[in-house]
Design a protein around this ligand. Structure first.
Ligand code: IPM
Ligand code: MG
Length: 361
């Protein structure tokens, strides 16, 4: 298979980790007989520096034309004082909307090898932790009307959803649940918000098509609490853009493995957008310290969802597992200072971690 991938290394550690992701894809290509061609483009802070625009037209054009997009991270303190519309984060929203990737799949997976890093009591996660959050990504309050009154002393942001927008992402929720534990929880604020009541109505009207899926509803405040009280009650959560943003950070933190988590953003047709969940970590950029495993696992999601290359995706995931099993760690997953000292030469940098995964493949 020949695949054209647009890469957006972006800012901070983005270039460090995207480089390792591509090396791993190349190793897969070599082993399984595929060819991956890369077109690198700019978005975020580096694009602001180069062109004044966080998402230049050429970038979006290249993304839409390719088979899949791999994004590192955008943003950093250098651009934090810019006004909203000029900030690096604007590139993310522009990419999501421009690529029409309305379903953001964020697995929160605890790696058994890293279980000690989970901040919850061991008895709560004794059976591990594997949740999938499906976040609506191109609607809701992120994209609704916003503004200020003339005096500038009042402001508004609008949450709006159409039946069609809800239906298409809830469908992804049901389909994802079918591939997992067959449990889908719609998280909302239906005791207050009219949009949430529409989410419930739409999900109810759809459930007949997936009779094996156990469908439930939960208010978002309760869901935030349940995630730390008993996270294993969840299998797949489907929710709005804003609630998904908040809950996916919470879920990723309770795995203890934020440097390990991947995500995929998908639309109906056209390329998917793949990025690690973590940010640009500007303090360690270019220092060979970043953990490339989230990006490497993101590449596995790309192979699975965009190219249907299941055994190749499995090969990446198995390689990562074996590297963890052998005790190799980057600083972020190395534990406290005592654990770190005990690691000796198993404490490695970005490059070496990439080498290890390539070798395991
Ligand atoms: C995320 C991030 C973004 C979001 C920011 C950086 C705009 O928090 O991908 O979760 O809110 O969607
Ligand atoms: Mg977020």
């Amino acid at each position: 298979m020949n695949c054209n991938i647009t890469t957006i290394p972006g800012d901070g550690i983005g270039p460090d980790i995207v480089r390792e992701g591509c090396r791993v894809l190349d190793a897969i290509g070599k082993k399984f007989g595929h060819s991956f061609a890369y077109t690198e483009v700019k978005a975020g802070g580096c694009a602001i520096d180069a062109t004044g625009d966080p998402l230049p037209k050429e970038t979006l054009d290249a993304c839409v034309k390719s088979d899949a997009v791999l994004l590192g991270a955008v943003g950093g303190p250098k651009w934090d004082t810019l006004p909203g519309a000029k900030r690096p984060e604007k590139a993310l929203l522009g990419l999501r909307a421009g690529m029409k990737v309305y379903a953001n799949l964020r697995p929160a997976l605890m790696f058994p090898q890293l279980a000690a890093a989970c901040p919850l009591k061991a008895e709560i996660v004794k059976d591990g932790l594997d949740i999938l959050i499906v976040r609506e990504l191109t609607g809701g309050i992120y994209f609704g009307d916003r503004g200020r009154n003339a005096a500038g002393d009042a402001a508004w942001d609008t949450e709006a959803y159409s039946k069609g927008e809800i239906e298409r992402v809830v469908k992804i929720g049901f389909e994802s649940a079918m591939k997992r534990q067959k449990k889908l929880c719609v998280v909302d604020k239906a005791n207050i918000l009219e949009t949430s009541r529409l989410w419930r109505e739409v999900a109810e009207s759809m459930k007949g098509k997936w009779p094996q899926v156990e469908l439930s509803y939960m208010y978002v405040d309760n869901a935030a609490m349940q995630l730390v009280r008993n996270p294993n009650q969840f299998d797949v959560i489907v929710t709005s853009n804003m609630f998904g943003d908040i809950l996916s950070d919470e879920a990723s933190q309770i795995t203890g493995s934020i440097g390990m988590l991947a995500s995929a953003s998908l639309g109906d047709s056209g390329p998917g957008l793949y990025e690690p969940i973590h940010g640009s970590a500007p303090d360690i950029a270019g220092k060979d310290l970043a953990n490339p495993l989230a990006t490497i696992l993101t590449c596995a999601m790309m192979l699975r969802f965009s190219f249907g290359l299941t055994k190749e995706a499995d090969a990446i995931e198995k390689a990562v597992e074996s590297v963890l099993d052998a005790g190799w760690r980057t600083g972020d997953i190395a534990g406290g200072s005592a654990d770190r000292a005990a690691l000796g030469d198993k404490l490695v940098g970005t490059r070496k971690m990439g080498d290890l995964v390539v070798a395991a493949i």
